[in-house]
Write a protein that binds this ligand. Structure first.
Ligand SMILES: [Zn+2]
Length: 499
C-alpha cells in the first residue's frame, strides 16, 4: 500500500476531509507558495485527540519554480493529518483507492455504526456517525438531538461525556434493548442539519435557522470568470486536482478530480487573452481554458474561493527560455551510425529542461517534447508569442566525411546585442571542457531560419557528428547526455545572471 498516494487523494474522497481542508489556506504570490492552517480538533470514540496545530510542511523537494504545485502540496499538507486520523479510526480494516485517485473507501469490521467522530471547525460543530445513513435512524428533536440506531454500538466504553463543542454540551451514548441511542445535548436555540456523505451520517450543528447548510454567504457557488481581470473563480467546494498548461495547444486544463455534472458547459469570453472556457465532464470534471494567445496563470486562495488569474508569461516569469528540440516526426534530421538526430536532440533537450527546472526559477518552454513535426517558423513563432528571453535550438551534426567531429554553436550576428555571441562562446567552451569533445567554436550565421526569425537572443547547438563513429558512440548514451546537458544548463544560468 502506497500511503503517500492515498493520503494525497483522500482530500477529495473522504467524509472528514472537508473540515480539514477548510482549515487550510494556500496562497501563491507567483513565486513560492505558502501554506498555513488553522487548528483542527478531532474527537474519535469520545477521546479528544490532538492533531498538530500547525502540521509541519516540508518544502524540501518542492521545486522553487513559479508553477503552482498543488498535487505535491496536497500530499505534503495532508500526510500528517490523515496518518493520525487513520490511527484513530479503530476498526478500520482496509483502505481502497479508486483507479481515478478520486475516491477512498475505508472498510470497517463489525458494527453498522463503526465510529463516531465529532469536532469543531470554522462552521460550527459536527458529528459523523460512520457507517449509517439518515434512513437508518429515528430522530427525535426537542431540546436535544436524539438519534436512535437499531443496532448496537460496541464502543460505549469510550466515553463522550467530556466532549464539549461550541454548540454541543455533551454527547450521551446508551445501549438500549432495541439498539443504541445517541443524544447530543445542544445549547438552546441551536439548529442542526443532517445529511448523508460518503455513506455516513453527517450532522452539522450550529447553523442559524433557515440558512443553507453547505453554502456560506461569502462563498460563491458557481464558476465565474471576470473578463476585465481574466480571473476565474472556483467555489470553495471545488478542489483542484491538477492543472495542465498545454501551451502549444493554447489551452490550460484544470482537473477538478471530482464530478460536477450540473455546472454550465461553456463560458464565452472572447477577449484578447481568452477565447472561451469549456466544462468537460468525463470521468472527472475538467475546466478547459481556450486561449487566444498563450497565457499562464497565477493561483490564489483566500480561504474561501480559489482564483486563477490568467496572465501573459512575461507578466509572471522574469526569465523564460525556449528550448527548441530540432527536427521530429516525419523529419528525422541526420541519420547515421544507428542514430537518428531527432531522437538524440530529444534526449538532450529533455535533460537540459530537467536541470533548469530542478535547480532554477527559469521558466522553460519547449517547442516539442513528443516526436512530432514542426516547421522552422512554427518554432520561432511559438517562442515569439511567448516572448521568451532566450531561444536555444538543439541539433546534432552530419558531414559527408566521417572524420568531421566535435561541437559547434551558431549565433545570429547582432551589432547592438552581443548576448547571443557571448552565450555561444561560453557554452561551446564549457561543453567541450566538460565532455572532452573537440571544440569547433562559436560561429556567426545569418542564414539559419530559427536564428533569423527569433525576436530574442538565439543560438543553435550542434552537439556532435552522427556521421563520426567516435562522436556517435557517445551521443546515444545517458552519461554523455547528462554531462552535455549540465554544461548547457550552466551556460543558460550564466546568461541570465549576466543580463
Ligand atoms: Zn539538425
Amino acid at each position: 500500500m502506497k500511503k503517500k498516494h492515498i493520503l494525497s487523494t483522500i482530500v477529495v474522497g473522504m467524509s472528514f476531509m472537508p473540515y480539514a481542508n477548510q482549515a487550510m489556506q494556500i496562497t501563491d504570490d507567483g513565486t513560492i507558495p505558502e501554506y498555513t492552517s488553522s487548528p483542527i480538533t478531532i474527537h474519535i470514540e469520545g477521546a479528544k485527540t490532538d492533531l498538530p496545530l500547525q502540521p509541519q510542511i516540508q518544502l524540501d523537494g518542492v521545486k522553487s519554480t513559479k508553477e503552482p504545485v498543488l498535487p505535491e502540496i496536497e500530499i505534503l499538507k495532508f500526510e500528517y493529518t490523515l496518518d493520525n486520523l487513520l490511527q484513530m479510526l479503530e476498526g478500520a480494516k482496509e483502505m481502497h483507492i479508486s483507479q481515478a485517485r478520486d475516491e477512498v473507501t475505508i472498510e470497517f469490521e463489525g458494527q453498522p455504526l463503526e465510529a463516531i467522530i465529532a469536532g469543531t471547525d470554522s462552521m460550527g460543530d459536527y458529528v459523523v456517525l460512520k457507517g449509517i445513513t439518515p434512513q437508518n435512524i429515528d430522530v427525535l428533536h426537542k431540546d436535544n438531538l436524539q438519534v436512535k440506531i437499531f443496532d448496537y454500538y460496541v464502543e460505549t466504553s469510550k466515553s463522550w461525556t467530556n466532549f464539549k463543542g461550541d454548540y454541543i454540551n455533551q454527547i450521551d451514548i446508551e445501549n438500549k434493548s432495541y439498539g443504541t441511542e445517541i443524544t447530543l445535548n445542544l445549547l438552546e436555540g441551536i439548529d442542526y442539519a443532517l445529511e448523508e456523505r460518503y455513506g455516513s451520517l453527517f450532522v452539522r450543528i450550529g447553523l442559524e435557522t433557515d440558512k443553507p447548510v453547505e453554502q456560506p454567504e461569502q462563498s460563491s457557488t458557481e464558476i465565474k470568470f471576470d473578463t476585465a481581470s481574466n480571473t476565474l473563480t472556483l467555489p470553495s467546494y471545488m478542489q483542484i486536482h491538477n492543472i495542465t498548461d498545454n501551451y502549444r495547444e493554447r489551452e490550460i486544463i484544470i482537473d477538478l478530480g471530482g464530478y460536477y455534472p450540473n455546472i454550465e458547459d461553456v463560458i464565452e469570453v472572447n477577449n484578447s487573452y481568452i477565447n472561451n472556457i469549456q466544462i468537460v465532464n468525463e470521468q472527472t470534471t475538467k475546466i478547459v481554458i481556450n486561449e487566444n494567445i498563450i497565457c499562464t496563470y497565477i493561483l490564489t486562495n483566500n480561504g474561501q474561493d480559489t482564483q486563477l488569474k490568467f496572465v501573459r508569461p512575461q507578466e509572471k516569469y522574469d526569465k523564460i527560455v525556449m528550448i527548441d528540440t530540432g527536427h521530429g516526426g516525419s523529419d528525422p534530421g541526420a541519420v547515421a551510425n544507428n542514430l537518428m538526430e531527432k531522437e538524440v536532440n530529444t534526449m538532450q533537450a529533455m535533460a537540459i529542461k530537467e536541470f533548469i527546472e530542478q535547480y532554477t526559477d527559469i521558466k522553460v518552454y519547449m517547442t516539442r517534447e513528443e516526436d512530432v513535426y514542426l516547421s522552422l517558423l512554427d518554432r520561432t513563432s511559438l517562442s515569439n508569442e511567448i516572448q521568451a528571453d532566450l531561444f536555444i535550438s538543439i541539433h546534432n551534426n552530419a558531414a559527408t566525411t566521417a572524420t568531421a567531429t566535435g561541437t559547434e554553436i551558431y549565433y545570429y550576428p547582432n551589432e547592438t546585442n552581443t548576448a547571443g555571441k557571448t552565450l555561444a562562446q561560453n557554452m561551446v567552451n564549457r561543453i567541450t571542457s566538460y565532455t572532452g569533445m573537440h571544440n569547433r567554436g562559436a560561429k556567426a550565421e545569418t542564414k539559419y531560419v530559427v536564428l533569423k526569425t527569433s525576436g530574442m537572443p538565439a543560438i543553435l547547438l550542434e552537439g556532435g557528428f552522427l556521421t563520426n563513429a567516435s562522436d556517435a558512440q557517445r551521443l546515444g548514451t545517458d552519461d554523455f547526455t547528462k554531462v552535455y546537458a549540465l554544461a548547457v544548463y550552466e551556460s543558460i544560468v550564466e546568461f541570465f545572471n549576466m543580463r
